[in-house]
Design a protein around this ligand. Structure first.
Ligand code: ATP
Length: 209
């Protein structure tokens, strides 16, 4: 070892992906460039703890869509670890699991700016931030100070102390909520919103009708 060799860095990116769209790929690509991630693992979650009342396409369908959207991207992968249909999945369990099974890898947790501001509500959030670096995906110009009034002081100190990487990226003008609405109302789907294979899959099974 020369001492300059770097360990493999892998991003973990959880979400509902209901459905996965090209914004979910673009933002991860930006994070990958800025944080030097060799791979990113998408984790479709069966039942997000913070959206308990929402109706979703089935966990299997969302998993399948993530897989087919990422099929041509060798370094973007999908894991079924958070597909726990009978209970909510907790990020701390995911982090522990990946660190245990791949101890040689340096994991980075990718989350949106809004989620980060509420990280102190997550189960064992202190342990999460001890275990992994956090890559926060934010709009250009977004500053932690804009939400500091409502933030946990400990979390704020962490962010201001450099324990967190902020990745600035202009979000694509596409959202899963809007896509579900368009499918339900049989409206046009913008051509740059979805991978063509995902579009076929949604139509094949009338997922959002
Ligand atoms: P919904 O509209 O169903 O609430 P969502 O895209 O906001 O969907 P998730 O599917 O859980 O929610 O997305 C995971 C993460 O992807 C979000 O927390 C956000 O950081 C990021 N993301 C979502 N949409 C975009 C976008 N258009 N551009 C960049 N990043 C995005």
């Amino acid at each position: 070892l020369t001492g300059t060799e770097q360990s493999t860095r892998v991003g973990l990116f959880g979400g509902s992906f209901d459905p996965i769209h090209l914004g979910h790929v673009a933002t991860v690509r930006a994070a990958q460039r800025e944080l030097g991630l060799d791979r990113v693992i998408y984790l479709p979650t069966a039942r997000p703890p913070h959206k308990p009342e929402r109706k979703f396409a089935s966990a299997r369908s969302r998993f399948a869509m993530v897989e087919i959207a990422l099929l041509d991207h060798e370094d973007l992968q999908v894991s079924p670890f958070e597909l726990t249909p009978d209970r909510s999945a907790y990020t701390i369990d995911t982090v522990r699991h990946f660190q245990k099974t791949q101890p040689e890898v340096d994991f980075v947790l990718l989350i949106g700016g809004d989620s980060f501001a509420q990280l102190d509500r997550w189960k064992s959030w202190n342990e999460i931030v001890e275990r992994v670096r956090i890559g926060v995906l934010v709009r250009p110009g977004w500053r932690i100070e804009q939400v500091s009034d409502t933030m946990n002081p400990e979390l704020l100190a962490l962010a201001q102390g450099g324990a967190v990487d902020f990745v600035e990226d202009e979000p694509m003008a596409v959202s899963s909520t809007d896509l579900r609405r368009r499918f339900a109302q049989d409206l046009e789907i913008p051509s740059d919103a979805l991978s063509p294979a995902v579009l076929k899959y949604v139509r094949k099974y009338s997922l959002y009708r």
